[in-house]
Each structure stands twice: as structure tokens, then as C-alpha cells.
Write a protein that binds this ligand. Structure first.
Ligand code: FES
Ligand code: FES
Length: 158
């Protein structure tokens, strides 16, 4: 059994199957970008992409994602280690304050822009409703996603 995380194959033993997916990613894979905000599927801080679909890892088990392709925030950067254009846009737009919501917010936005490269601000707002931010008031987050959208209509080299 295996899972692909950030393009790397991870072997899964029977003992791991019942483990909470967020704990597995943070503790066993040492990928701590996904955060535990509420643990009950309400805040989106733990969002990862499973086969490009935003998924709240706190509500899943390892057994739910066998053979899936997972992307965490650590896997989004460009192959040369520079920030992905969406990450750069979050920085440029001032869309990060405490940063707790940011990994989940960015991954939700990434999945959304892959499917909707030319969204309206209203569509962006709707797309991020499952991700709560206590700091920014959302305005700058919507700005960042809008700014980055131009990179999604052309190949990004991924
Ligand atoms: S920690 Fe998973 S939704 Fe809040
Ligand atoms: S930047 Fe603090 S929760 Fe969003």
C-alpha cells in the first residue's frame, strides 16, 4: 500500500491505516504546514489536496487516501524552490497575518484556480467559504487569488 505525497511515494503499513490523516501528515511525514485549527472539519486550516480536491485532513484517516495523490503546502513551491505564483501573490497582497489559515487557504485557492482560471471576485469568495481566517478580513486574500489567476490560464511548468 502506498500514498503519493508531494510527488514522493510513501509506503503505508497496516498499523497506519486507522491513523488520522492530519496527524499522519504532520507527525509521520514531518509536513507541518497543514494546521489543526478545530479538528472537526469546520475551519479549513488542515486543508490538503487529494487528487486535486481540497480535503480536510482532520476528518480523514490514512486508509481513506490509499493510492491517492496528495499535495500539501510544502509541495506547491516551484521546482527551483521559489514560491509558487499563488504563494507570491499572498505575500504581495498582504494576505497573510498570523499565517495559521494560509496553507489551507492557498491550497483551496490553487485547486479552485486550476478549474476556474478566470474567476470573478464573487466566485473567489464562494470558493474559500470553507476556510476561515480570523485576521485579514478576507479582502487581501481575494485580492491575492485574483492577482494569481493570470498564472493559471498559461502552463505553470508543473
Ligand atoms: S482542523 Fe480540520 S477543518 Fe479545522
Ligand atoms: S492570517 Fe491569521 S487566521 Fe488567517
Amino acid at each position: 500500500m502506498q500514498i503519493k505525497i508531494n510527488r514522493k511515494i510513501i509506503a503505508i503499513t497496516d498499523a497506519l491505516l486507522e491513523k488520522n490523516l492530519l496527524e499522519f501528515i504532520r507527525e509521520d511525514c514531518d509536513l507541518t504546514g497543514a494546521k489543526n485549527g478545530c479538528g472537526i472539519g469546520a475551519c479549513g486550516a488542515c486543508t490538503i489536496l487529494v487528487n486535486n480536491n481540497p480535503t480536510k485532513a482532520c476528518r480523514k484517516f490514512v486508509k481513506d487516501v490509499i493510492d491517492a495523490e496528495i499535495l500539501t503546502i510544502e509541495g506547491l513551491e516551484n521546482s527551483d524552490g521559489t514560491p509558487h505564483p499563488l504563494q507570491q501573490a499572498f505575500m504581495d497582497a498582504g494576505a497573510i497575518q498570523c499565517g495559521f489559515c494560509t496553507p489551507g487557504m492557498v491550497l483551496t485557492a490553487h485547486a479552485f484556480l486550476l478549474k476556474n482560471p478566470q474567476p470573478t471576485r464573487e466566485q473567489i469568495r464562494k470558493a474559500i467559504t470553507g476556510n476561515l481566517c480570523r485576521c485579514t478580513g478576507y479582502q487581501q486574500i481575494v485580492d491575492a487569488i485574483e492577482m494569481a489567476s493570470k498564472y493559471y490560464s498559461i502552463p505553470t511548468g508543473e
